[in-house]
Design a protein around this ligand. Sequence first.
Ligand code: HEC
Ligand SMILES: [Cu+2]
Length: 343
Amino acid sequence: MPDQASSYAGEVDWLFYFILIICTVMFALICVLMVLFVWRYRARPGHSETRTASHSTALELTWTIIPTIVVMFIFYYGFRGFLDMATPPPNAYEINVTARKWSWDFLYPNGHVDSELHVPNDRPVRLVLTSQDVIHSLFIPAFRIKKDAVPGRYNQTWFRPTRIGEYDLFCAEYCGTQHSGMITKVIVEDPAVFSSWLEKAGNFIDTMPPAEAGKRIYEKRGCAQCHSLDGTASTGPTLKNLFGEKVLLTDGTELIADENYLRRSIKDPGGEVVRGFENVMPLINLNDAEINVLIAFIKSISEHYQASTQVDLGTNGATATGAADATTHGVANENTQSTGSGN
Ligand code: HEC
Ligand SMILES: [Cu+2]
C-alpha cells in the first residue's frame, strides 16, 4: 500500500486488509476442500454411490448467520468511513480544482492558481472539483481519496493530511491521449510554510522578470502538455521561434505571429486554427497580466525577436527607435528588460 498520509488512510487500510484476509481464507478453504472431496469421494470399485444429502437446518443457519454478521460488520465500517469522507467539516480550507485535458488547476482563496496542490498539514482541506471538458478523476493514493471531476457540475471531497511530504496525484479516468501525463504533486507543508508559500506564489508576476514569469505560467497552467519549446510539434505547434514567424491557418489565411495574434490564440483558441492541427486547445482562464508575461516568454524564445534591453543614453534619442540595430552605441548601465507592448 502507498504511504498513509491522511486522517482516513488508516481506517481505509484496515478494512481493506480485513476484506482481503477473509477473501483469501475463504478462497483457500474452498479450493482445498474441493480438491480433498474430489479425491476422497472419487468413484472406485466396491464403493456404492450415497444419496445426495437433503437438508440440515443447523448447517444452513450457520452458513447464513455467520456471513451476515461479517457482511454487516464490513458494511458498518465501510458506510461510516463513506459518511466521514462525504461530510467536510465546516471550517475546512477550500481549494477549487479544475481539470482539463491534460492538467489540473488549483485555485487558492487568494486567487493564486497552481498546477500543484499545496496543502497545510493537519488542517482539513475541502476540494471543490469541476472539469472544463470531459470527465476526469482526482486520485491521491497516499490520502486514499478519489473523486470525479465532471463538466457542468461541482463535486466535493475533503481530507486532513497527516504527514509532511510530497505525494502523487493522478487522473484516474481515461480522458484522451495524454491521460497518463495528467500527473502532478500534492505537497503537504507545515501551515506556516504553506502560508508563506501561498503569499509568495500569489505575486510572482510582480516579482519576476516577465519572460521568467511567463515560463512559469507555461509550465504551471498546462501549456507544456501540448506545446514544446524544442521545435517539435506534439498536440499543438511548438512555441519555439513562433513569434515573428509566418503562420498558415486552416482557412488559408497567412499572417505573422505578433503580440496580438498570440493574445488571440490564447483568448479564443478556436478562432484561428493553425493548419495541420486540430482545434483542441482549451480556453484557459488567464488574466491580462498573465497573458502579458506569457507573450513576453514566447517572444524570448524566438530567434525572430530582437529588442534592445538597454536604454540608449548616448544621443538625444534620434537613434533610439530602431529595435534591431539599437545596440550600436550607448552606455550600458541599465538592465531593464523590454517586453514590448504586450497586448
Ligand atoms: C490540449 C492541448 C493544448 C493546450 C493545453 C494548450 N494548447 Fe495552445 N494550441 C493547441 C493546438 C492543437 C493548437 C493549434 C490549433 C489552434 O490554433 O487552435 C494551439 C495553438 C496555440 C497557439 C498558436 C500557435 C501557432 O503556431 O500559431 C498559441 C500561441 C498557443 N496555442 C498558446 C498556448 C498557451 C499559452 C497555452 C497555455 C496557457 C496553451 N496554448 C495550451 C493545443 C493546446
Ligand atoms: Cu484526465
